[in-house]
Design a protein around this ligand. Structure first.
Ligand code: MCA
Ligand code: AMP
Length: 503
């Protein structure tokens, strides 16, 4: 094990002996070796230093997926900067909040966003804005050619921050989850072992790079294995079908599996070299699990995680992968199900899921109050998920204590959408719910009470107004108008009533 706890040092030690092997291959056949990956990370770190970032500074990144985007992540780690990935769907309003809150020294954005990000950067004291496009071109790449590459891997303590990932909350205000080098490397190691990564594995990577699943779960395990990733810019059924016969491991959100099954041509032949299909980020329907097994002969392995903690549970590689469950706690993770007074409930009973382990984050960025609220007196993290434990230790997630919709693997907090709806002229109040959706699992749906005083906008106008303010996946697919919202005796909106009516 390296003395330096920097995650990059851990990954580099693992792939060091394979420097001339291919690390990444794009669908058009472009290849990057581990040597090129290592040199590229050194150059990115040099460019970020030249841009005015010092170790410990945040580097915010909103770019399309490409091998260079992965270099950017690795370069941040290598230089000891704190990586802050942002979904490319976030519009100006959301971006301004993240940059204002995290105060990054450097921002890397798509070339087409340069003017907008430049305005935010100027107002928020960002030192340098670099650009990077999906083809791997931009001012970051130009800078990488001319700067001095950082030869060392910046020494880090295990407790130093490696990344901040924003996650929304029930108050509607996103919070930055602070993840340390030890959080990420311990999770990568345990997943690598649990899922039996081995020589010759090839991971087909079709997830976005800006969230835990695609960035940490997929990339870190594969880099730790020193093996090849077939690196797709996005999920697309035809590309996955074309590349899958060369892969042994695939990771996806349930929507990926639903879309593959919706193609009648997809089947055993495509999965002939596969050894492992992993699903997570949202509940996998038993129907999808069974249909996939029938069609391909493979049993999807479902696991459970959160931005704040990486992965916490997994179904086994060997042994029963039980439909509708997320398996057992990973090695080193202690999970319990408790009542509202933090007292453990009996096996089979539903309660609040809490866990503790090396994967659990350091806290919310500059938000000690919120951090304290989310931990119990004895140090367990309150996940906000509801579930039960079987006698033999399998966890079933049965609901969420938090008001959250998961659409195609992306989280949408209704409060955030409701706040934007209520700002629209002609809307008195609103409630946002998730309703079952064949493709996305849940679809964001708005229920709106028009204001008496102003002319009410129609559904299309509401959706258009929201598209300026929110990432596309958060924008309701439907808007329903009602005279009043159903409320209980406490005055709280009864979302279950709305779900029954509009689902
Ligand atoms: C795109 N759109 C969506 C979604 N994605 N609407 C609802 N839910 C979505 N997930 C909308 C766009 O706003 C756009 O709307 C239209 O669909 C087409 O956009 P496009 O980008 O072309 O869509 P797509 O390529 O079909 O994307 C669907 C997708 C994608 C492939 C399922 O959403 C995806 O890659 N999801 C994976 C998310 C993920 O990685 N989650 C992991 C989070 P319009 O036409 O109106 O503009 S990590 C996590 O949850 C934890 C830690 C864990 O356990 O892993
Ligand atoms: P995020 O905020 O993106 O970290 O999303 C984390 C949430 O996704 C968890 O708290 C769960 O509610 C949900 N989640 C992740 N994996 C699963 C799964 N396999 N089954 C059900 N829910 C899941």
């Amino acid at each position: 094990m390296p003395d330096n706890a920097n995650l990059y040092a851990v990954l580099r030690e693992a792939f060091q002996s394979r420097r001339s092997a291919a690390a990444l291959e794009t669908p058009d056949g472009g290849v990057i070796t581990f040597r090129e990956l290592d040199d590229g990370a050194a150059r990115v770190a040099g460019a970020l230093l030249a841009g005015g970032a010092s170790p410990g500074d945040r580097v915010a990144v909103q770019v399309d997926k490409s091998p260079e985007a992965l270099l950017l992540y690795l370069g941040c780690l290598r230089g000891g900067f704190v990586y802050l990935p942002l979904n490319t769907a976030y519009p100006e309003r959301e971006l301004d909040y993240f940059i204002g809150d995290a105060e990054p020294a450097v921002v890397v954005c798509r070339p087409e966003s340069e003017a907008m990000v430049g305005r935010i950067a100027k107002a928020r004291g960002v030192r340098t804005v670099y650009t990077l496009d999906g083809a791997g071109e931009g001012s970051l790449i130009t800078a990488m050619m001319t700067v001095t590459a950082l030869a060392r891997v910046e020494p880090c303590a295990g407790d130093d921050l490696a990344a901040i990932l924003y996650t929304s909350g029930t108050t509607g205000r996103p919070k930055g989850a602070m993840l340390t080098h030890d959080n990420l490397s311990s999770n990568a190691r345990v997943l690598h072992a649990t899922w039996g990564f081995r020589d010759g594995d090839v991971l087909l990577h079709a997830l976005p790079l800006f969230h835990t699943h695609g960035l940490f779960v997929a990339c870190n395990t594969s880099l730790l294995n020193g093996s090849l990733m077939l690196f797709c810019p996005r999920f697309d059924v035809d590309t996955v079908k074309r590349l899958l016969p060369r892969a042994t491991v695939f990771m996806g959100v349930p929507t990926f599996y639903v879309r593959l099954l919706a193609d009648p041509d997809f089947g055993r032949e495509h999965a002939r070299n596969m050894r492992l299909f992993v699903s997570g980020s949202a509940p996998l329907l038993t129907q999808t699990f069974e249909e996939f097994r029938e069609r391909t002969g493979h049993t999807i392995l479902e696991r459970y995680g959160m931005t704040e903690c990486g992965m916490s549970t997994s179904n086994p590689l060997d042994g029963e992968r039980r439909a509708g469950t997320v398996g057992r706690p990973l090695d080193g993770v202690k999970l319990r199900v408790v009542d509202d007074h933090d007292r453990p409930v009996k096996p089979g009973q539903v309660g609040n899921i809490q866990f503790i382990g090396p994967n659990v984050f350091k806290g919310y960025w500059r938000n000690p109050e919120k951090t304290a609220e989310e931990f119990t007196a004895d140090g367990f993290f309150r996940s906000g998920d509801l579930g039960s434990l079987s006698d033999d230790g399998y966890v079933t997630i049965s609901g969420r204590g938090k008001d959250l919709i998961i659409s195609g693997g992306y989280n949408v907090y209704p409060k955030e959408v409701e706040l934007c709806l209520d700002e629209i002229e002609g809307i008195a109040e609103s409630a946002v719910i998730g309703v079952p959706h064949a493709d996305f699992g849940e679809a964001v749906t708005a229920v709106v009470v028009p204001a008496m005083s102003a002319a009410a906008p129609d559904e299309a106008a509401v959706i258009a107004a929201l598209k300026d303010k929110l990432a596309g996946y958060k924008v309701p697919k439907r808007v329903h108008f009602v005279d009043e919202l159903p409320r209980n005796a406490m005055g709280k909106v009864q979302k279950n009533v709305l779900r029954d009516r509009f689902g």
